[in-house]
Design a binder for this molecule. Structure first.
Ligand SMILES: [Zn+2]
Ligand SMILES: [Zn+2]
Length: 228
């Protein structure tokens, strides 16, 4: 069940009413292309503009606030450490973590909303037996959660490795997932050849491989693995 949302009659920055187009100088309005504040597209530090930011209307909602609440991505001031800390959205006095939203979520310009990225987990059975394999999978799930990923499927800790890998690719093809998460590069396969072949297969589907022990070069190729 969705909690009813309060709509605000006017834009808190430029003051236009619902359904009206924000002014050109409004600081609240989002860029329809990126979902970021439109002002950031035009800041002197921004790269040359390569898109049309559009002219969004005020729809009664602060851009991104509902999503932060739905995802449980809020921040609150912690007097003990004198810093902003992440918290759930039901904490009284907390506010939306828009920085996290913009870093970790995906903007959908069609319906002007953000959604969490979805991950499919993949890992071969590890030497050390079931406990090691399970431990690695649990660690990876935690890593995904901290990065705002929703784990939609998990393959490979049991069962036939190649069939599991095909299931990963099928999820990417069907757009059920955006990224493949592995605990380390060698989880992709026992040989460097297989690792690069699988990395290329993922890239060819427009997805990426992420994980605590995964590093890429600037071309998006896996370059190595580091300790998690
Ligand atoms: Zn405005
Ligand atoms: Zn823009």
């Amino acid at each position: 069940m969705t909690t009813p949302r309060l709509l605000r009659a006017t834009c808190p920055d430029c003051g236009v009413t619902r359904g009206e187009t924000h002014t050109q100088t409004c600081l609240t309005v989002e860029c329809l292309h990126t979902g970021m504040p439109r002002a950031s597209c035009h800041s002197e530090h921004a790269p040359p503009l390569d898109h049309d930011c559009g002219n969004a209307t005020w729809d009664g909602r602060w851009p991104g606030h509902d999503e932060c609440r739905d995802f449980g991505w809020h921040i609150t001031w912690d007097p003990a450490t004198e810093a902003w800390v992440r918290c759930n959205s039901d904490v009284p006095g907390s506010g939306p973590d828009l920085g996290r939203l913009r870093e970790q979520a995906i903007w959908n310009s069609q319906n002007r909303t953000w959604r969490q990225r979805r991950a499919v987990l993949y890992g071969r059975p590890r030497s050390g037996g079931r406990a090691t394999t399970e431990g690695a999978a649990a660690h990876l799930r935690g890593w995904c959660t901290r990065r705002g990923l929703i784990v939609v499927a998990e393959y490979g800790t049991a069962g036939h490795a190649e069939l599991c890998w095909q299931a990963v690719l099928e999820d990417l093809r069907a757009a059920h997932a955006d990224v493949v998460a592995v605990h380390a590069v060698d989880a992709l396969g026992p040989t460097p050849q297989q690792v690069s072949a699988r990395a290329r297969a993922v890239e060819a589907l427009g997805a990426v491989i992420v994980g605590p022990g995964v590093r890429f070069d600037r071309a998006g190729l896996v370059t190595g693995t580091t300790a998690a």
